[in-house]
Design a protein around this ligand. Structure first.
Ligand SMILES: [Zn+2]
Length: 246
């Protein structure tokens, strides 16, 4: 079995779904289907009815936070029902509308509070806000409940997350990015997870639209870079993944 700990399965078009679900089931992949917002979560829930291998999770992505803030309490029931919270976090790099930043922080704090209350893991986007995220996770006492998704920030801050025993996903750019390989080499093996970030991340890296089975190539890259036998690596990542999913 493979585990894709950060996908955006709802990004697939409706007419592609049968094919993609078949790819998941045939290759025995468990997929954590992250959501961008409520609409995206509802689509992931619908998709999860097509295969037991799809695990839909609820969160509000920083890109979905607008300059006008929602009433966050309307999400309480969804946070209660979701297995993991995600995708949540902050983005001060790709998001150019600075007026949304304070709202991003407020939404993120809402999920941090819920993570602590309900003892749930968070699948976290950290782009351009790595240090602030570290400080907030520490303040809300949820560092040990954190999965840092596709980290790309400074090594100094990476080491703080590592010392705090966070989990990390690595993604589809390992064969393309020296920095990502360096980051992978820092991550302790017992905190390592793998992901594809859905169909569009690979497209961004090399122009190919990603199928779910792209996760097999991510495992292969890790196996080469870390010099670990493929079967052994599968066992390690499964164990780490099910420590969270149990
Ligand atoms: Zn994502």
């Amino acid at each position: 079995m493979y585990v894709d700990f950060h996908s955006h399965f709802d990004f697939y078009k409706d007419h592609e779904l049968d094919l993609m679900i078949n790819d998941v089931d045939k290759n025995n992949i468990k997929v954590i289907a992250c959501s961008m917002d409520l609409k995206s979560y509802n689509k992931n829930i619908k998709i999860s009815k097509m295969s037991d291998n799809i695990i839909p999770i609820f969160g509000i992505h920083p890109w979905s936070v607008k300059s006008k803030l929602d009433d966050l309490n309307r999400y309480d029931d969804l946070v209660k029902e979701t297995k993991i919270i995600g995708e949540v976090g902050l983005d001060f790099y790709w998001v150019k509308e600075k007026e949304t930043y304070k709202h991003q922080i407020e939404v993120f704090k809402y999920f941090l509070k819920k993570s602590k209350n309900y003892d749930k893991f968070l699948n976290i986007h950290t782009k351009g806000a790595e240090e602030l995220i570290y400080n907030l996770l520490k303040e809300y006492d949820v560092l040990d409940k954190s999965i840092i998704h596709w980290y790309s920030g400074d090594i100094d801050i990476l080491n703080k997350f590592i010392d705090a025993k966070c989990y990390f996903t690595v993604s589809v750019d390992l064969n393309y990015s020296e920095k990502s390989r360096e980051i992978l080499n820092h991550i302790p093996i017992d905190k390592l997870l793998a992901e594809t970030d859905g169909p569009t991340a690979l497209e961004w890296i090399n122009g190919n639209y990603g199928k779910p089975s792209e996760i097999i190539n991510v495992y292969e890259s890790i196996s080469n870079i870390k010099n670990i036998n493929k079967n052994e690596l599968k066992e390690i990542i499964n164990k780490n993944s099910f420590n969270i999913l149990k």
